[in-house]
Design a protein around this ligand. Structure first.
Ligand code: UDP
Ligand code: MG
Length: 324
């Protein structure tokens, strides 16, 4: 008899301190689930070019635990690429994406599986009710970002949702078709569509170590999100130009009127300065926006692979057969 396999995909970068605890908690959850569901499990660890000894530890672990698949990328490609590598190489009939730093509690996995198991949803994502261990500035800027993004794009990206989710094989295959280089995963997940269901949870603080996201990285991610899913900023130039032209016309009319009524006046230097600065600024801004999009086009046309796999050791456990 064949049973379905669930792949748990864990991208990690320098998480040697967290991995033992993570693996322990995940294993315990899987243990309890094998009692309830007939699924076979695969745990895909994607090493995103770590330079600590996490891979050694995992390789030792793999000898004991036949569910472990190890994928080692050739360097650090970033979490999005690592996730994509896991999504491409996993064998499951469903895949669960989860962070290695225990911010996504493995104990939530049963809730992610249930709607999929009952055939009520194709994608089950975890939405954060709270974020522990994050500054108010990060929370406020995140809220603002989701608001702006919601306005600018046509797809609805659920707020406070990360990569922590379950995807059915069908939706995963669709996701894997999207090979764009600038990968704003939250957007891609939403773009795929299908029946999506949310599960609420309280996001925990990082177990050990520091987040790889500083404000600069978050700013870049926000730009990625907007430029990958909206061309609205490109039309900004049109509106700015229109406003400037209308303003200039009104101003010209005013000057003509003044000249006719009160005779010639020495034209004002300040108004000239303001006009020049405004026009110059508007032009620089819009050229900058154009540049942002052209840069992205440049990166896409190169069509480089999203990541390079250095080693790939598959789980030794049979995936499609039920264990006796
Ligand atoms: N990560 C990765 N590659 C990177 C950066 C991060 O695979 O270049 C992994 C990291 O090890 C963790 C997850 O992605 O498992 C989330 O990273 P992090 O905790 O730094 O992000 P945050 O939780 O702050 O969003
Ligand atoms: Mg984290």
């Amino acid at each position: 008899m064949t049973t379905a396999t669930i792949s748990v995909i864990v991208p990690f970068y320098n998480e040697a301190d967290n991995l033992p605890t993570f693996h322990d908690r995940l294993s315990r959850v899987i243990e309890s689930l094998t009692k309830r569901y007939p699924y076979t499990w695969e745990i895909v660890y994607v090493d995103d070019g770590s330079n600590d000894n996490a891979l050694d530890w995992l390789q030792r672990q793999q000898k004991k635990d036949r569910r472990i698949t190890l994928v080692q990328l050739s360097r650090n490609f970033g979490k999005e690429a690592a996730l994509s590598a896991g999504a491409d190489l996993c064998q499951g009939d469903a895949a669960i994406f989860i962070d290695a730093d225990l911010q996504d509690p493995p104990e939530l996995i049963p809730q992610l599986i249930e709607p999929w198991h009952n055939k009520q949803a194709d994608i089950v994502y975890a939405r954060r009710l709270s974020r522990k261990g994050e500054s108010w500035l990060k929370k406020v800027s995140a809220a603002l970002f989701y608001k702006v993004l919601g306005r600018l794009t046509h797809i609805t990206i659920p707020p406070n949702t990360g990569d922590f989710r379950l995807m059915s094989r069908e939706t995963l295959d669709q996701l894997n078709k999207l090979r764009e280089h600038h990968r704003f995963m939250k957007g891609l997940f939403a773009w795929v569509g299908y029946r999506q269901k949310e599960v609420l949870y309280h996001r925990e603080a990082r177990h050990l170590g520091r987040s790889k996201w500083n404000y600069r990285a978050l700013w870049r991610l926000s730009l990625e999100g907007i430029t990958s899913f909206s061309t609205m900023p490109l039309t900004l130039a049109t509106y700015l130009g229109l406003i400037a032209v209308i303003g200039a016309l009104i101003y010209a009319a005013l000057i003509i009127y003044q000249t006719l009524m009160y005779g010639t006046d020495v034209p004002g230097y300040p108004s000239l300065m303001v006009t020049i600065l405004f026009m110059g600024g508007a032009q620089m801004l819009t050229i900058g926006i154009l540049g942002a999009y052209i840069g992205r086009i440049f990166n896409e046309v190169k069509q480089r692979p999203l990541y390079l796999v250095k080693t790939h050791q598959r789980a030794t456990q049979k995936m499609t057969k039920k264990k006796p």
